[in-house]
Design a protein around this ligand. Structure first.
Ligand code: ATP
Length: 210
C-alpha cells in the first residue's frame, strides 16, 4: 500500500501590529495588557538601549560619530554624555538616529523570526514618523488629552510641566497620528477602561483574520 504524503500545513504569516502614541499616552500600559493576553511585544526603546551596548558594529559606528567618550570607562554607553552632545547639535541627533534605527530594525526582524504567535506587536513612539506602519498589518494609536498626559508623566517621572511640555511639542501632534492609525484607544479614563478597550482591539484584530 502506498502511504499518502501528508499535506504540508499552510504557513500562517506573522502579522505585525504597531503600537504608538505620544509621551505619556499609555502605550507601555497597553503593551503590558497585550502581553498579559498572551501576545509577544517588542519594546523598541528598551531594545535600542540594549543594542547600543551589545552590538559591536553599532558601538564602533557610534564611537566614530561621537568619539570614544560616548562609552564610559567600563565600556557602557554614556547616555548623559550623548544627550548633551545631541542637545547641542541637532545634526548629530539625526546622524545618531540613522545608525540606531536600522540596527533596531534588524534586531526586530530577528526577534520576529523567534516568535510563534500569529500577531506580534511592536511598541514604538515613532511608528508614523519613521513610516514603520508601512510594514505593519495594522497600527494602534494610544492617545489622551495633552493635560492628562502631562500630569501622568509629571507624576511618573517627577518632571516639571515645562520639561514634559518641551518633549510633547517636539512630537507629531496627536491629531495627525489619528489620521494614520487603524485603531485608536482613547485613554482619558481609568485603567479598567483602558484594559477593556485594549482587549476589544485584540478581538477586532482576531476578527479581521476571519
Ligand atoms: P512614554 O512615552 O513616556 O514612555 P507611555 O505612552 O508608554 O509613555 P505609560 O508609561 O503607559 O505611557 O503611561 C504613563 C503614566 O500614566 C504611567 O505612570 C501609567 O501608569 C499612567 N497611566 C496610563 N494610563 C493611565 C490611566 N488610564 N489611568 C491612570 N494612570 C494611567
Amino acid at each position: 500500500m502506498i502511504e499518502e504524503e501528508a499535506e504540508p500545513e499552510p504557513r500562517v504569516s506573522t502579522k505585525i501590529i504597531g503600537i504608538t502614541g505620544g509621551i505619556g499616552s499609555g502605550k507601555s500600559t497597553v503593551s503590558k495588557y497585550i502581553e498579559e493576553a498572551g501576545f509577544p511585544v517588542y519594546y523598541s526603546d528598551i531594545r535600542a538601549k540594549t543594542i547600543v551596548n551589545d552590538n559591536t558594529q553599532l558601538q564602533q559606528q557610534i564611537k566614530e560619530l561621537l568619539g570614544e567618550n560616548a562609552y564610559d570607562s567600563s565600556g557602557l554607553y554614556d547616555r548623559k554624555y550623548v544627550s548633551k552632545m545631541i542637545f547641542e547639535d541637532e545634526e548629530i541627533l539625526l546622524k545618531l538616529n540613522s545608525l540606531i534605527h536600522p540596527a533596531v530594525k534588524i534586531d526586530f526582524e530577528n526577534w520576529v523570526t523567534q516568535q510563534s504567535s500569529v500577531f506580534v506587536f511592536k511598541e514604538t513612539a515613532l511608528l508614523f514618523e519613521l513610516k514603520l506602519n508601512e510594514s505593519c498589518y495594522k497600527s494602534i494609536l494610544v492617545t489622551a488629552d495633552d493635560n492628562c498626559r502631562l500630569k501622568r508623566v509629571m507624576d511618573r517621572d517627577d518632571k516639571t510641566y515645562r520639561e514634559v511640555e518641551a518633549v510633547m511639542n517636539k512630537q507629531m501632534p496627536e491629531k495627525d497620528k489619528i489620521k494614520f492609525a487603524d485603531f485608536v484607544i482613547f485613554n482619558n479614563d481609568g485603567l479598567e477602561e483602558l484594559k477593556e478597550n485594549t482587549l476589544q482591539v485584540i478581538n477586532d484584530l482576531k476578527e479581521s483574520l476571519k
